[in-house]
Design a binder for this molecule. Structure first.
Ligand code: TMP
Length: 207
């Protein structure tokens, strides 16, 4: 493999992205691939610092500031970690990426999509995922999972109506890019979710 593969995982909080990424990574490593697991916001020293800032619910920041912080974190992540890994032929599994910006800052915060796409292109130098797995589930069910986990960040303080809007926006995005974005039911068993992801992945690896 000359150029690696870039696979992103998207979905509302509580859809089990992190668990699935770990399982997919071990499967890929068993097949002999070199894998890098990372997340957004974060993945590099600077981007993890930005993560602390942007997810701190006690800091009152504007939607513009929030958007630019996510994109600043992404620019560093791409330059320092994602692009070098892809150039070394590795498979990069990333927990959230540009689609989260289009959904949370676009549909969630009302920032114009055209502006977001332009800023995102600038931050990523137009690097797009080869495959995006969207883990989708009813917001009510996901809220039960989140409460069990006990973590509260800026978005987790938003109500159910906000989570429903986020879900609809993710599904609309998936419908507009069906070749790249694959929707998987997040409320089925972890084994079934993994099976579906691995089917998609095997198809991609066979190309
Ligand atoms: P996480 O809890 O899945 O790591 O994601 C952190 C939060 O950041 C999550 O609520 C979604 C939000 N987010 C955005 O609003 N915009 C973005 O561009 C990214 C990457 C995440």
């Amino acid at each position: 493999m000359k150029q690696g593969l870039f696979i992103t995982f998207e979905g509302a909080d509580g859809t089990g992205k992190t668990t699935q990424i770990a399982k997919v990574a071990s499967w890929l490593r068993e097949q002999g691939y070199e894998v890098v697991c990372t997340r957004e916001p974060g993945g590099t020293k600077a981007a993890e610092r930005i993560r602390e800032l942007v997810l701190d619910a006690e800091l009152a920041i504007s939607h513009k500031t929030e958007t630019l912080l996510y994109l600043a974190a992404r620019a560093d992540h791409i330059t320092q970690l994602i692009r070098p890994a892809l150039q070394a032929g590795k498979i990069v599994l990333c927990d959230r990426f540009s689609d989260s910006t289009f959904v949370y800052q676009g549909s969630g915060r009302g920032v114009e999509l055209q502006t977001l796409k332009m800023l995102d292109d600038f931050a990523t130098s137009s690097l797009h995922p080869d495959l995006t797995i969207l883990l989708d589930g009813e917001p009510e069910e996901l809220a039960i999972r989140r409460n069990a986990r006990g973590v509260v960040d800026r978005f987790e303080l938003e109500g159910l109506a906000f989570q429903k809007k986020i879900r609809e926006a993710f599904l609309a995005l998936a419908a507009s890019e069906p070749t790249r974005i694959h929707v998987i039911d997040a409320l089925q068993s972890e084994e079934n979710i993994l099976d579906e992801i691995l089917t998609d992945l095997q198809r991609l690896l066979a190309k």
